[in-house]
Ligand binder design. Sequence first.
Ligand SMILES: Nc1nc2c(c(=O)[nH]1)N[C@H]1C(S)=C(S)[C@@H](COP(=O)(O)OP(=O)(O)OC[C@H]3O[C@@H](n4cnc5c(N)ncnc54)[C@H](O)[C@@H]3O)O[C@H]1N2
Ligand code: MOO
Length: 423
Amino acid sequence: MPELGPSPLAAGHELPVDEARRRVLATLRPITDQQTVPLTQALGRVLAEPVVSPIDVPAHDNSAMDGYAFRGADLAASGETRLTALAETVFAGAPTSPAVPPGHAVRIMTGAVMPEGLDTVVPIELCRVDADGVHIAPGVLRPGENRRPQGEDLAQGKPALAAGTVLGPAELGLVASLGIETVPVRRRLRVALFSTGNELRTLGQPLDPGCIYDSNRYSLMAALQRLGVEVLDLGLVPDDPAALNATLDRAIAEADVVLTSGGVSMGDADYTRDLLAARGQVDFWKVAMRPGRPFAFGPLDGPGGRRAWLFALPGNPVAALVTYYVFAREALLVLAGATARPLPALRARSVAAIRKRPGRSEFQRGIVEPAEGGGWQVRLTGAQGAGILRSMAEANALVCLRHDQGSVAAGDEVEVWLFDGLR
Ligand SMILES: Nc1nc2c(c(=O)[nH]1)N[C@H]1C(S)=C(S)[C@@H](COP(=O)(O)OP(=O)(O)OC[C@H]3O[C@@H](n4cnc5c(N)ncnc54)[C@H](O)[C@@H]3O)O[C@H]1N2
Ligand code: MOO
């Protein structure tokens, strides 16, 4: 595992978001174990090796329409085309097809093999058929139309999917179209998850005075489930060194990644810092961003020489989710062996002015929607405090105001990251 650089905290300054992201992504090494799974159990898994096509898809030239197949060269240069119709019909799945002489046409169904020498299909609704044959009005068709050439989707021996692809519905359909029943995938990344804080209560427990319900574990678990990793739920850990040590031992023994929330700021529970310092090279950062200023990251040593990556997110519920999207999500994809892609971003006009001071990144919560007259617009979802989950729940995007950017005037374009409904 690579060594991390010196803690930027030592210099006492805040780390820009882009620099923090780079530091996180630069140090990670993907898991390498792989297994073979049937396609029906491969949704969301990460392909470990490229899939190479063993066949041409489609395997033969075939018709894209129900109609009449013929030679494009038989289309009249001007005026109507008339072709003599054969008596038979070529159906999809038929192993052989009739010989069709020049000047003739044969009725063909969608997906049926094109008879030898034919390259064009006139859809049934674009021709007139009578005792005289098939009539095609001038200008309705060009030679070669409505034929799907052999290998048009995939040629034999060509890579169909690259290693690192996250398998979704289209990818699984593509693999199936090659006749392949199983795929080599990385084993699932295992992420141990827990919340820290004496004030937290688990759902189902009474809410004692001064306490709050643990919400981060549920929002983060959902985010992890959407990402397709295996979650080891270690529950609530009180602010107590022995409890934290025991939980970390278990987490490192059983998981590749330890994801926590709470206890990374300058609070009284400073033992966290010492305790983590004794386990490797975890860095405590102050990132120049709102929300989500405190963040700790690095490799953790555990029992039996095992190591796991720690992502310690801030406790405020919006800060926890925003730092998950900004730092953890892409990093977990990399660790899982996936070709990591940032959240999709687009530019949208801000409906209202937004105050922002240069020198830190801000991630406000907003609703992106189509603007009247084209393009996209975004409006913020009310109070933006780091503890106000409602503004996150109502949003479908993060409005990303970059480090050097100042205030935004109504009508200005801003960058937005779409997170709703996405992995
Ligand atoms: N003196 C300073 N105080 C704080 C700083 C700072 O730099 N200096 N940073 C502030 C920022 S920014 C944040 S964010 C928080 C982060 O602090 P911690 O990560 O140590 O989190 P806690 O103090 O444990 O909790 C903060 C807040 O969030 C609530 N919380 C924690 N865990 C959960 C959970 N699982 N579910 C729901 N809510 C949770 C907790 O009750 C607190 O209200 O620190 C600031 N302070
Ligand atoms: O991370 Mo904190 O307030 O920026 O939520």
